[in-house]
Design a protein around this ligand. Structure first.
Ligand code: SAM
Length: 256
């Protein structure tokens, strides 16, 4: 397996990224088996480079397409600190502007993490992601899960809010939510299919990690490793998979 970068493994929230990194690591390895170790990666809504910079540290070339000037400034600083400026390109644009700022079918891997829930038109963004991905390439999507939000409210006694979340068409609490929608596994895979991408893997992220206190998680006692193991073991198993705080999906663009 590709080593998970130290910057990632040392974060307190390791269990939250372990599943995504394990899927990305396997995809990186799969690509390398084709004879080229350097991937061309586009990170849409990549923020300050939480994924982009570690990926550049692994030797890949990453273009971050991100509308926030502040996030891009942090990204540039982070890339400079890590000594990977030459492998990270920062572009200020929205997801739906992707066709104007990157070449079609120019990425071996496209990331879109925690973005589809905050933008106006996820369908348009997915079409743009599909267009930027090379044939045979992969798209990594991470989104908020309605089920976990309902469950989280219910187990803290907020039953009325939980029921609102359960029936709201977008899976949000009207007027109070910071995001525009939450997804469920079925609605997400349907959306991906409509874009022409083929879903290969679905994992749950944060099956219990976000529901329990830090002391229960054992982070303070140094046993966060056990939580990480639990998250990895349950991430692809139904029904756990569909209960995580986030849904991670790896889709592939077919070769025509
Ligand atoms: C929750 S952050 C996720 C950042 C990063 N992908 C990560 O996983 O750490 C959401 C990001 O989406 C960006 N964003 C907001 N609207 C967007 C849009 N229309 N197109 C692309 N990115 C957008 C925000 O500026 C922010 O950086």
């Amino acid at each position: 397996m590709v080593d998970i970068p130290r910057e990632i493994t040392e974060t307190a929230h390791h269990h939250r990224v372990a599943v995504v990194w394990s899927v990305l690591s396997a995809e990186i390895e799969r690509f390398a088996a084709g004879g080229d170790a350097r991937m061309r990666i586009i990170d849409v809504g990549g923020g300050s480079g939480g994924f982009a910079v570690p990926l550049a540290e692994l030797g890949h070339r990453v273009t971050v397409v991100e509308p926030s000037a502040n996030a891009l400034a942090s990204l540039r600083q982070r890339a400079a600190d890590a000594g990977v400026n030459d492998r990270v390109t920062a572009v200020q644009a929205d997801a739906d502007e992707l066709p104007d700022v990157v070449e079609p079918e120019s990425a071996d891997l496209v990331l879109c993490h925690s973005v589809l829930e905050v933008i106006e038109e996820p369908e348009t963004a997915l079409d743009a992601l599909e267009a930027s991905c090379a044939q045979g390439g992969a798209v990594s999507i991470l989104v908020a899960n309605r089920i976990a939000a309902v469950f989280g409210k219910a187990i803290t006694g907020h039953f009325s809010t939980a029921l609102d979340l359960l029936v709201d068409v977008d899976g949000i609490i009207d007027g109070k939510d910071t995001i525009k929608r939450r997804f469920e596994t079925a609605t997400l895979t349907a959306l991906i299919g409509a874009s022409g991408l083929v879903t290969e893997q679905v994992h749950g992220v944060g099956i219990v990690g976000d529901l329990i206190s830090a002391s229960v998680a054992g982070a303070e006692a140094g046993s966060g490793e056990e939580l990480r193991e639990f998250e990895l073991a349950t991430a692809s198993r139904i029904p756990f998979r569909d209960m995580g705080t986030q849904i991670h999906l790896l889709a592939r663009k077919p070769i025509r």
